[in-house]
Design a protein around this ligand. Structure first.
Ligand SMILES: Cc1cc2nc3c(=O)[nH]c(=O)nc-3n(C[C@H](O)[C@H](O)[C@H](O)COP(=O)(O)O)c2cc1C
Length: 180
C-alpha cells in the first residue's frame, strides 16, 4: 500500500540537510553522569526552550549516538551553552570515541550533572519526557538550576560551519521578543 505521507518526489537528504543548515543556531554540549563512572557528553545544536512554567528544554539525539543509552536512563542531565572561545571543545565532543573530557575543566554542579567551565550558561536538569523523533530521540528535560557565569560571545553554527556574532545590537535597535 502506498504511504500517503511519503513526499513526491522523494526528498534528497543532502538537499534537506543544506536547507536545514540555513537555520543558524547556538552550540551546546549535553552531558550525563556515566553509569560506569565515565561521564558522557556530546555536542548538540538541537537545543531549544519549551516552557517557562514548568521550566522545560528540549534537544534531540541520534539513535546511533554512543551517549544515547546513558542519556535515556540518566537521572541528571547537564546542558552547557558554548562561547565562541569553545570551538575546540565543540569539535572534540562531536567526535565519538575520543577522550572528550581530557583537560576539560569542570564547573561546580549542585545536582550531579557534569558541567563545563567557560560555558555561557549551564542548565542542570532532570528527565521529563522522551519522544520518538524518527532517527533521533527527542528529550524534554526540566531545569533544576541554571547559571550564566560568563558574559561573552556565543558560538554559532550556520551552513555547516562555526561562526561568531560580530557585534552587539545596534544602539536604538528594537529588542525582539522570543516566543517564550
Ligand atoms: C555543531 C554540531 C551540532 C550537533 N548537533 C547534534 C544534535 O543536535 N543531535 C545529535 O544527535 N548529534 C549532533 N551532532 C553530532 C554529535 O555531536 C556527534 O555525532 C557525536 O560524535 C556524538 O557523540 P557520541 O557518539 O560519543 O555520543 C552535532 C555536531 C555538531 C558539530
Amino acid at each position: 500500500m502506498r504511504d500517503e505521507s511519503a513526499p513526491h518526489p522523494p526528498i534528497d537528504p543532502r538537499a534537506l540537510r543544506n536547507a536545514l543548515g540555513q537555520f543558524a543556531t547556538g552550540v551546546a554540549i549535553v552531558t550525563a553522569p556515566g553509569l560506569d563512572g565515565q561521564d558522557v557528553g556530546m555536542t548538540i545544536s538541537s537545543f531549544n526552550s519549551v516552557s517557562l512554567d514548568p521550566p522545560l528544554l528540549l534537544f534531540s539525539i541520534a539513535r546511533n549516538a554512543h551517549s544515547l543509552a546513558t542519556l535515556e536512563v540518566a537521572g541528571r542531565i547537564g546542558i552547557n551553552i558554548l562561547s565562541s572561545a569553545q570551538e575546540d571543545l565543540s569539535s572534540r565532543f562531536a567526535r565519538a570515541g575520543t577522550e572528550k573530557w581530557k583537560d576539560c575543566t569542570r564547573a561546580v554542579d549542585e545536582h550531579g550533572a557534569p558541567l563545563i567551565e567557560g560555558a555561557l550558561a549551564h542548565f542542570e536538569c532532570a528527565p521529563y519526557a522522551q519522544h520518538d523523533g524518527g532517527d533521533h530521540v527527542i528529550f524534554v528535560v526540566r531545569v533544576l538550576r541554571f547559571a550564566t557565569p560568563h558574559d561573552a560571545e556565543p558560538l554559532i553554527f550556520f551552513k555547516g560551519k562555526y561562526r561568531s556574532v560580530t557585534g552587539l545590537p545596534m544602539p536604538g535597535e528594537t529588542q525582539m521578543e522570543s516566543h517564550s
